[in-house]
Design a protein around this ligand. Structure first.
Ligand code: F0G
Length: 358
């Protein structure tokens, strides 16, 4: 039975980390090539910030362009194992893209609830392309999540938000990969925080790997929310969250306690970065490193820059920033970067002149 699901040449999260995941003999080992994402050494920011080795973990290289695939593959495999016919999630975009794709891969129905006008075009395009049933509610993500919980409590549909424990189990494998690549845990992990599942999952992964003797230490967890959507930093829910980083436009994170526990147990922080700082980091990443992350992903780099400006000494430390999703998902933000696109006739001399060669 399992071989019929082995549809790629890649191991994927389920087979690669089988011993660390809550799988049974009956869990179908589905795979779309998720995981094994690149850890890329910084070319310029490292020197500019004066920090020690700095790496970017490109979770944007997952099949649907974000880290969500790691958790979704486990959640959907378990839904299949339990005989479910449909999955449902509330989403700021990436979870719904992953749910729609994995459901399509496995022949399940997908329902996605999004907040009207609050989701990047590329992500919506993914849900549309994969044939999900999409509902855009007149309300924010937190309200969509409350509806998702109510519906899945009432009908036999699998909830595939990070409230589903299998999601975080899958997502923790990114921490395993970082340790496997570096040979040990880094000193610092910089990560954006929205619904707070990912920081919780990474921490779980680092703790588990140390307990199993695969790492000698654990990193400090440095989480970053957007200033206008920073409930954990403020210590209270934000009723109308606002930020350019639509993926983390969340006012009442479901995994709030998990994020605080990761921060406190690791000696880390959860802080806020402004939209300006996010957009500056977004541009720097793209232009100085060649890495096109989405705005929410840039919050990790904005956080690193901010902490380093504020005096955090990273000189002899190894740091990793998580690039959680692809910049291609949010073309509107990229196209707002000031630039001039010159329109010319198809003539050699005109083009040479325009680009300063003649
Ligand atoms: N980065 C990106 C690109 C995301 O899509 C998200 C969350 C986060 C960071 C934050 O991760 O929620 O685990 O703290 N996106 C969710 C979604 C909420 O619906 O796609 P988190």
């Amino acid at each position: 039975m399992t071989s019929s699901w082995a549809a790629t040449d890649r191991l994927g999260v389920l087979r690669r980390y089988r011993d660390y995941l809550p799988l049974t003999e009956a869990t179908p080992l589905i795979c779309m090539g998720e995981g094994e994402t690149p850890l890329v050494r910084s070319q310029r920011l490292e020197g500019r910030l004066g920090c020690g080795p700095l790496y970017f973990k490109l979770e944007s290289c997952n099949p649907t362009g974000s880290f969500k695939d790691r958790g979704m593959v486990v959640a959907v495999a378990k839904a299949l194992e339990e005989g479910r016919k449909a999955v449902l999630c509330a989403s700021t975009g990436n979870t719904s893209a992953a749910a729609a794709a994995y459901a399509a891969h496995c022949g399940l129905d997908a329902y996605v609830l999004v907040s009207k006008g609050n989701i990047a075009q590329g992500k919506l395009a993914q849900a549309v392309a994969h044939g999900a049933q999409i509902v855009a509610i007149d309300g924010n993500f937190d309200q969509a999540l409350a509806l998702a919980r109510a519906i899945t409590a009432k009908y036999p549909i699998a909830l595939v938000n990070s409230l589903n424990p299998y999601r975080l189990e899958g997502q923790k494998t990114a921490a395993f990969e970082i340790v496997d690549h570096l040979g040990d845990a880094p000193d610092y992990l910089f990560i954006p925080v929205g619904n707070a599942g990912n920081i919780t999952a990474y921490w779980r992964g680092f703790v588990e790997y140390q307990q199993k003797g695969r790492a000698s230490k654990r990193p400090r967890m440095m989480g970053f929310q957007a200033e206008g959507a920073a409930p954990i930093v403020l210590g209270r829910p934000v009723e109308k969250p606002q930020t350019v980083a639509s993926a983390i436009r969340i006012g009442n994170p479901a995994n709030w306690r998990g994020a605080e526990a990761a921060r406190d147990a690791s000696g880390g922080v959860i802080e806020a970065v402004s939209d300006e700082e996010i957009l500056e980091a977004y541009r720097l990443l793209a232009q100085e490193e060649g890495i096109f992350g989405e705005p929410a992903s840039a919050a990790s780099v904005a956080g690193l820059s901010k902490m380093s400006r504020q005096g955090l000494d990273l000189r002899d430390r190894i740091s990793v920033c998580i690039i959680t999703g692809s910049g291609l998902k949010d073309p509107e933000t990229a196209m707002a970067i000031p630039t001039t696109i010159r329109e010319l006739p198809a003539e050699l001399t005109a083009v040479e002149k325009a680009i300063g060669l003649a």
